[in-house]
Design a protein around this ligand. Structure first.
Ligand code: FPP
Length: 236
C-alpha cells in the first residue's frame, strides 16, 4: 500500500452479509459465519501491518438474540471455539482484545472464554481489538448513564462534573473516536453500532459480503477514506 496514505486510527466493521454469502453458494447461512472467521484473520494481519491501532467489530448485537435459536446457538459456539483457538494467533500478533456489550444473557461458557482472552492479551499493544458482543449503542448509553447516576448518588461526583468527557470515559471501553466505519453487503444502516463513538466517522458501504472482504477490498476502503475531507464541524 502507498506509504502516503492516511490510515484511520480506529476502524469499525459491521460484518454483514455472511448469511447471503452462504445462501448464494447453496450452503446453510451459518457457513458464512464460519468463513467470516478466516476473513477476519486475514484482515487482522493486514490491519496490524498497515498501522491500524484500534478495530471495533460488530460480532453480535443485542437484537441478534431475536434470530432463530439454532443460529444463535451456532454463533455462541463459534465464539467459544474461535476465542479458544485464536488466542495464540492474537498473542503472536500482539493484539489486545477487549469486549463491549452486556453480559446478560450470554452463556456462562462464552463469558469464561471472553474473560480468558482479555486476561491473556491485556499487555499487548500493537492493535486493540474491541469485539462488540451482545452490544447495542442504546444499551451502552443507558448503562453508562446508570453508572454515572451511581457515582452521583454515592457522592463521587457532582452534577457539574457530568460532561462529554466524563460520559465518554465511562462507556464500556475508553476508546478513541471511530474514524472510519465499514459496513459490508451494501446495507446503508448503522444498526445501533457505536453511535457515540461514530459521531464524526466517515462511512463506507461496499457491496461485497463480509466473507469476501479481504485485504484487497480493505485497501480499496482505505483509498476511499483518503478521498474524504474531514472537517469535524469546522471549515477546511
Ligand atoms: C451479519 O451477517 C453477521 C453476524 C450477525 C455475525 C457476525 C459474526 C461473526 C462474523 C463471527 C465471528 C466473530 C468473531 C469476533 C469471532 P448476517 O448473518 O446478518 O448476513 P445476512 O445479512 O446476509 O443475513
Amino acid at each position: 500500500m502507498n506509504n502516503d496514505l492516511i490510515i484511520p486510527n480506529h476502524i469499525g466493521i459491521i460484518m454483514d452479509g455472511n448469511g447471503r454469502w452462504a445462501q448464494e453458494k447453496g450452503m446453510i447461512r451459518t457457513m458464512g459465519h464460519k468463513k467470516a472467521i478466516e476473513t477476519l484473520r486475514e484482515l487482522l494481519i493486514h490491519m496490524a501491518d498497515v498501522g491500524v491501532k484500534y478495530c471495533s467489530l460488530y460480532a453480535f448485537s443485542t437484537e441478534n438474540f431475536k434470530r432463530d435459536v439454532s443460529e444463535v446457538e451456532f454463533l455462541m459456539n463459534l465464539f467459544i471455539v474461535a476465542f479458544q483457538k485464536e488466542i495464540e494467533f492474537l498473542k503472536s500478533m500482539k493484539v489486545r482484545v477487549v469486549f463491549s456489550g452486556r453480559k446478560n444473557p450470554l452463556p456462562e461458557k462464552v463469558l469464561e472464554v471472553m474473560d480468558k482472552i482479555v486476561e491473556d492479551t491485556k499487555n499487548n499493544d500493537k492493535l486493540v481489538l474491541n469485539i462488540c458482543l451482545n452490544y447495542g449503542s442504546h444499551a451502552e448509553i443507558v448503562d453508562t448513564t446508570k453508572k454515572i447516576c451511581e457515582m452521583y448518588k454515592s457522592g463521587k461526583i457532582s452534577l457539574d462534573d457530568v460532561n462529554e468527557e466524563l460520559f465518554e470515559s465511562n462507556l464500556y471501553n475508553n476508546l478513541p473516536p471511530l474514524d472510519f466505519v465499514i459496513r459490508t453487503s451494501g446495507e446503508l444502516r448503522l444498526s445501533n453500532f457505536m453511535m457515540w463513538q461514530a459521531s464524526y466517522a466517515e462511512f463506507y458501504f461496499p457491496k461485497t459480503y463480509f466473507p469476501d472482504f479481504d485485504s484487497k477490498e480493505f485497501d480499496k476502503a482505505i483509498l476511499e477514506f483518503n478521498k474524504r475531507n474531514r472537517r469535524f464541524g469546522g471549515v477546511k
